[in-house]
Design a protein around this ligand. Structure first.
Ligand code: 3PG
Length: 212
């Protein structure tokens, strides 16, 4: 396995669930990340879907001890570079483009690229990627679909994301080709809005205790 694949794997193996965050108010980023880390979820994906996202990544990377800040919903090279500059230690994309692959190959920071079909997985394998995001997991066929890729594409590992919750996470985590899952359920909007960090820590702890 290449160094970059190994680096990515070591981040994803920190925990069974990577929280996927949409941060509207940058002031919530640090207490939210602290609650997630306290619950046992260290690697945290902050999506570039809001104007606050880059500042949130910077704040978590600089201020939250134990957190491994990552960036999600990276769609192009400019976003890749901005996310790395803000302190991201891993980058996640919903799909893959040549532009992103080129940006990632110029960087030491690993990319978890999205794939949803056997052909996409094979294309990424040709580019040297051994750890992929399966997205959108539930909608694309769920755990049964991913299981059916495990024999023909045996050496590829996945972090499925999209439609996953405490109720179905084990279906994925029990598969031999799944390292972890991603999900937003550990940081519900209403709990974040009212600053219920204890509630979020509890959800994180439940997620951190999941096993395959
Ligand atoms: C997303 O698209 O926001 C992520 O994949 C997370 O999906 P989820 O909100 O269904 O967990």
């Amino acid at each position: 396995m290449s160094d970059k694949n190994a680096k990515l794997l070591s981040v994803l193996k920190l925990q069974p669930v990577v929280p996927v965050l949409i941060i509207d108010d940058v002031k919530t980023a640090v207490p939210l990340a602290r609650a997630l880390v306290a619950g046992g979820l260290k690697a945290i994906e902050i999506t570039l879907r809001t104007p606050a996202a880059l500042e949130a990544i910077r704040a978590v990377a600089n201020e939250v001890e134990g957190a491994v800040a990552g960036a999600g919903t990276i769609l192009n090279a400019a976003q890749f570079e901005a996310a790395v500059e803000a302190g991201s230690q891993f980058i996640v994309s919903p799909g893959t483009t040549q532009e992103l692959i080129d940006a990632a190959s110029d960087s030491d920071i690993p990319l978890l690229p999205g794939a949803a079909t056997a052909s996409e997985v094979m294309g990424l394998r040709e580019e040297g990627y051994e750890v992929l995001k399966f997205f959108p997991a539930e909608q694309a066929g769920g755990a049964a679909y991913l299981k059916s890729l495990s024999s023909p594409l045996a050496s590829t590992l996945f972090c499925p994301t999209g439609g996953i919750s405490l109720a179905n996470a084990r279906d994925y985590l029990s598969l031999p080709n799944v390292v972890c899952v991603g999900g937003s359920w550990v940081a519900p909007k209403d709990l974040v809005a009212r600053g219920d960090w204890a509630g979020i820590e509890k959800l994180a702890a439940e997620a951190a205790a999941l096993k395959g």
